[in-house]
Every structure is written in C-alpha cells, then in structure tokens.
Design a protein around this ligand. Structure first.
Ligand code: IVH
Length: 694
C-alpha cells in the first residue's frame, strides 16, 4: 500500500495498487479464517480495506472481479451458519475524559427529568477487550451461541462456545426465565496468550498480534476441537432476548446470573455519582497492568432497568451506557511540513505532514492541527519532534511538541491571510472565531470542487462512478462546476467522455446510468444532506426532512423563518438538535441567491422522494404531534424522541396539519385550539399506550 493521496494516483498506479490489495487481503483473509493465524492487527486490516474502497470509489472502472470489496464481509464468513439476533447486539459510544462522564450523567438526568437531589446509580464495569458473544438458554439449557457479527446477524458458534470451560451448559438456581440470552465477552488471558504464542513459534506458525486477535481467531474455528485446545474465558455482562426479567437493576442482574453459575467480572462497582465513577476509572487504570486479561477501559451503565427502558437507544448504541476508554496510544515523530487545506465550506484546515510512524499498529503520516489558534497554543513548528496519538478511529492528532528536541532555527508558523487556492481574503467565522474561512464562496475552486464531491458522495446522493478523482477531473475540464451540471453531463459531454482515455463507452454509460438513477428518485433527506449546508449533517438533514416532508415546504418555511420573530422560525428551532446557531446557518445558506437558484434548478431536474418514515406501520408514522402542558411520566425531550422514534414529526404549535395533541397538566391555548380544529387530543397515558401497543 502506498501513501499517495487517492486524488493524486494515476490510473496505472491505482490499478497496480488494487491488484496488490486484492492479493494481500486474500492472503490475510485466508490466514485469519482458515489458518487461524491473523497476520496483521485489525487496525492494519481495516486500513487496507479502507484504502481499497477509496481507490475503487475514485476509479470505478478499475474494480477487479476478485476485489476484496466483493467478498462476504469479514464480520460474517459464509462458512458459519447465520443467526439473526432477535434483539440487536449494540455497541457503545466512547468517551475519554472526566468531563465527558459529567456530560453523560447530566444528559441522563435531563432526559429522565431528575433533579440533582434524585438518586441515580451507575453500574461501573471493566470494558473487556475480546469478542462479544450471545448465549441462548432455553429452560436453563444452553442451546445456541452466536457472535455479534454486524449487530443484526451473527455467526452460529454453538459448538465452539461449548468448548469454553467457563460456559455453563445448564444454569442452576432460582428465577431462571424460560428463555434468556446472556451476552458477554470471550477473552484470552495474557498468560494463555503468551503460552499459545510460544506454541505457535515452536510449531513454526506465526504468533498472534494480541490477546483479542487470539481469542477471536480461536473462537471462530470451523473445527470446534481447535477452540477446545485454546484456553479461552468468558464473562457475562448483559442480556438480549429474555422471556422474563424480574430484576430491577444491572447489579441485581449480574448477581443473579452469577448465582446461576455464569461467570461475572469481579471488578464491578455501584457508583452513586460522577466522582465515584472517576475514582473507579482511576482505580481500574492502576489495576490494569496486574489484571490477568486485557481491558481497554470502563463501561458505565445506568443501574435501574426502568430508567434504561425510558432512555432507550440511539442508532447503534444505548443512551443508558457509555464506554470510557483508556487514553490513546501515542508516538513521537518529526513534523515535516504544515499544509493548508480548503474545505467545502471554505474553512482553512492546517494539516501536518509527518515522518511516517507506527502508532498502535497503524502507520501515521498525517495529522490534523485543527486551526491557527491550536498551532499557536501548542507552539508547533515545522521541524519539531511532535507527539501524535490516535484515539479510537478518529484522525490522528498532535498532542504537543517535545521542546528539548527543537532546533534553534525553528520559526513559528505563519498562517496565510489569503486563500492558498483562490487568493481571496481569509476571514474569521462569526460563530466560531477559531475557524478561518476563504471568502471566495463558490468562486473558490476548492470550495466548488469539495461541494461537488460531497454532493455525489456515498452518504449523500451516492452517485456511483462519481468519486473524488472523477469530480476533480471533470471540474478541471469545466464539465462540472455546480451540482446541477451533473444532470446534463451526458448530453453535453457524453460523446467526449466515451472516448476519453481510461473511460470507454462501458464505464461512461455506467456513470450515466448511476446519474439517471439518482435523477429519477432521490430521498429528500439525502438531498438535504447533499446540499452541504454548514452544520447540517446526516442526522440533522433527516430531522429536517422528517419535519418538512418535501423540499418545497422546506424552502417556503425557511423563507418565512428569515423573520426571526415568525412562527416558522419558532418551528425550525423547535426541531430536535436545531438551536439558534444551526438555524442561522440554514437560513444564511438558503437566503443566498445562488444557493436558492441552484436548489430550485436541481428540484426541476430531479425527482425527489418526500420523506417517508421507516416505522411505516406505526400509527404515529408520518403524523404531526404537538405536546402541550406539563408532562409527568417523561420530559419534553424524551417525549419528542419517543414520537420521532415511531415516525412522527413533532411541531411546536397547533395547526390544521396537526394530527395529535398530547396534553399534559395545565395545558393552555394549544389544547383549546386543538379542540376548535377538531384535532385528536391524547392524554399522556394514551400517548404512551399508543407507542407501547406497537
Ligand atoms: S454492554 C448495549 N459491557 O464493548 C450494551 N459491553 O464498544 C452493549 N464490552 O460490543 C454491551 N466490556 O463487545 C458491555 N462490561 C461490558 C463490556 C462490553 C466489553 C464490549 C462489547 C461491545 C463493545 C462496545
């Protein structure tokens, strides 16, 4: 794998690299799945996979028949039977600081409407660094084991799990539900890992990179006898499907499964507040080197299950738990240069070019420096020895410099006052003074080209064949200057493209077909995201689409909302996650003539699909709900989230479009207006019943 940015690869280089990646990843897969002998760390594997994807996106005509992207995902190999989890196996949001613990606890309190005086306990646990499993018991007897897979579908590892000594084949004791799936982590003790690696070396096999890899490789063995020869352990920490759950708290649940003979990690503590959690984390960090197995942090769970149920789930993780990770791995290297990148919204971002260095198994050659203030605050200078770190999967960061290694001639970095791409003046952002922007707008090629890339990108309109590299080349040719040009590309330049080197009729027609597909039906939420309105990410775009349903309504309402005293403005800012700052960005964007003209042009060229909620079977789906009065069983934000989760839109005021008004105590004029308009008024209990009956 080279380090050349994908946008700078030539066709020839890209083809060579894809060939290398196909061969290399086939080798790695074979080693991992068949020989149980992973050759590289997960992070290195993921980096190769991502590189392959990036190149394929930019060079769709070079995608190989034997491309790793065409093979069954790593998560679920075709060799194991699949198991669909009736309750998905979720992941956890990561946090890294004491401050974020406080934010978590505050968020939970706010959501539940608890005052500071109300008791709120957390169950603090070790975050075990292994492979998660689900073990299903029917009438106390172990019947099926599964890996997590992608969270929805895992692999059947029943026989393999049976080989692990710690797993009870039968549960013994009281209160065992008819059906219960106990979930937890399979791990390999450090000592067993060392012994296994010695054995691997002795028999001429490659050692495993770390205990987690060894545990994963040992569990996912097609021959369960091999699993049996490896010493694996496991701990239970949660449950999936359960026919009954008579426990009130996580602590009681853990004690219960322990009494049935299921192993539970002993380093678990009940914490009454954030100070307790912070103390727990410090204690755990001190114990970490002496523990017989690897942990990578702590997990904090709201202890009470009734609270957990009310808090519910976000997209991939629960709202009631977080993972507090130990600090990221760090390394030292030399800062070669500082480059300025100009993004889609014109923000100037300094990027550090580094002498490549291995940080926790991944080769790092670039890091972000965020902005000018950050460079000044850390006094980072070209030529310095710097400390880089990777935290989770985020872009590597520069933590600071090693002052004693600084050369006498190192000079402070001078941030440009004009845009390095178009030469327009650089100005500080009104809202966030740390951000400096090019004032050129779409006349700045960097901004124009970045917004085109964004428009076509996978999470936006996902136009296959219009990856970064092709957008750049079409932009350079002046074939594409703004998004609407995409839809006349075939008509204007089709013949030429079919004859262009590296293209040919086949791949050109493929691109035109992909464009036609998007033209003939694009979801409004994707379109809203694709526009690249500052601060409007995928989630906000979805909320906007859910609220306004279609683009015509969005445009009409945002136009009215330009008057900050209007109902339309109140309605906009009542949408979850849209405060005054985001609203302002939306309104500034939609008020600009060139943006409005471009949106209208796109609307005339494309068929946009009005927002349709996913939970379409729900009686609340597509309905507009207004809450009024004081709610007693939940807070306003909880009620709003609940309604949205069932596919409803939540509005701030009652109108003809309102379907339900949910009335709390002391409801005022809204309830009266609902009665006048003949709109269904629900009590809080009725609303909850409606949701619970789904
Ligand atoms: S609870 C919905 N508890 O961490 C709750 N997970 O980053 C999800 N993990 O996929 C699981 N120790 O594999 C839980 N004490 C613990 C854990 C734990 C390790 C793993 C688990 C999960 C991942 C999420």
């Amino acid at each position: 794998m080279t380090d050349i940015p994908v946008s700078r690869l030539t066709d020839l280089e890209a083809a060579a690299e894809l060939a290398f990646l196909a061969k290399r990843m086939a080798e790695l897969d074979k080693a991992y799945y068949q020989a149980d002998d992973p050759l590289v760390s997960d992070a290195e594997y993921d980096a190769l996979k991502k590189r392959n994807e990036d190149i394929e996106r930019a060079f769709p005509h070079l995608v190989r028949a034997d491309s790793p992207s065409k093979r069954v995902g790593v998560a679920v190999s075709s060799d194991f039977a699949k198991v669909t989890h009736s309750v998905p196996m979720l992941s956890l949001a990561d946090i890294f600081s004491a401050e974020e613990i406080r934010d978590f606890a505050d968020r939970v309190r706010r959501f539940l409407g608890l005052s500071d005086a109300d008791e709120l306990n957390f169950c603090a646990e070790t975050k075990l660094d292994g492979l998660s499993f689900s073990a299903r018991y029917e009438n106390g007897v172990f019947v099926r084991g599964a890996t997590r897979g992608d969270g929805a579908v895992g692999e059947d590892i029943t026989e393999n799990l049976k080989q692990i000594k710690g797993l009870p084949l039968r549960l013994n004791g009281d209160d065992i539900p008819d059906v219960i799936e106990i979930r937890g982590e399979v791990i390999m003790n450090k000592a067993d890992f060392m012994a296994l690696n010695e054995e691997q070396l002795r028999t001429g096999k490659k050692p495993f990179a770390n205990p987690r890899n060894a545990a994963a490789g040992s569990l996912r063995q097609l021959d369960p006898r091999v699993t049996g020869q490896r010493r694996l352990s496991l701990f239970g920490y949660t449950f999936g499907a359960a026919s009954a759950n008579p426990w009130d708290t996580q602590t009681a649940f853990l004690n219960k499964i322990k009494s049935w003979g299921f192993p539970v990690n002993p380093h678990t503590a009940l914490c009454a507040n954030t100070d307790d959690l912070i103390a727990y984390f410090t204690r755990l960090g001190d114990k970490r080197p002496d523990l017989p197995y690897d942990i990578d942090g702590a997990v904090y769970k709201v202890d009470r299950f009734d609270y957990q149920r009310r808090l519910g789930l976000l997209a991939r993780s629960p709202r009631w738990a977080v993972a507090h990770k130990f600090p990221a791995e760090q390394a030292r290297t030399r800062l070669e240069a500082i480059r300025i990148q100009v993004g889609r919204t014109g923000a100037l971002t300094p990027v550090a070019d580094l002498t490549p260095v291995n940080v926790g198994g991944v080769l790092v050659s670039h890091a972000t420096l965020h902005n000018e203030d950050e460079i000044r605050r850390k006094d980072v200078r070209v030529g310095d020895t710097v400390i880089v770190q990777r935290a989770g999967d985020v872009i590597p960061q520069i933590v600071g410099v090693v002052p004693e290694k600084r050369h006498a001639d190192a000079v402070p970095f001078v941030f440009p006052t004009v845009c390095p791409v178009c030469g327009a003046a650089v100005v500080r952002d009104d809202e966030d003074a740390a951000v400096q922007r090019c004032s050129g707008g779409l006349t700045c090629p960097a901004q124009a080209v970045e917004s085109l890339k964004h428009f076509a990108s996978r999470d936006a309109l996902n136009i296959e064949g219009l990856g970064d590299k092709n957008v750049e080349s079409f932009f350079d040719k002046k074939w594409l200057l703004r998004p609407s040009d995409i839809f006349s590309l075939e008509e204007m330049h089709g013949e030429e493209l079919r004859k262009t080197e590296g293209w040919g009729a086949k791949s050109a027609d493929k691109l035109f077909a992909a464009i036609a597909k998007v033209r003939d039906g694009a979801p409004t939420e994707k379109f809203l995201f694709a526009l690249g309105i500052p601060q409007v990410g995928q989630a906000t775009a979805r909320l906007l689409a859910a609220h306004y349903t279609d683009m015509a309504t969005f445009l009409a309402q945002t136009e009215k909302a330009q008057d900050r005293g209007s109902d339309a403005y109140a309605e906009l800012t009542a949408i979850e996650s849209i405060g005054a700052v985001v609203a302002n960005d939306i309104l500034v964007f939609t008020a600009q003539d060139h943006n409005r003209a471009e949106i209208e042009k796109l609307m005339s060229l494309m068929t946009l699909i009005p927002f349709t909620p996913t939970a379409s079977t729900s009686p609340l789906s597509g309905k507009t709900v207004v809450f009024t009065g004081t709610l007693t069983t939940m807070t306003r934000s909880e009620a709003k989230a609940k309604a949205q989760a069932f596919g409803a839109k939540v509005a701030g005021s009652v109108s003809k479009k309102t379907d339900y008004v949910v009335q709390g105590a002391d409801a005022g004029s809204k309830a009266q207006k609902a009665a006048e308009l003949g709109i269904a008024v629900l009590s809080e209990d009725e609303f909850n019943a409606l949701c619970n009956n789904l």
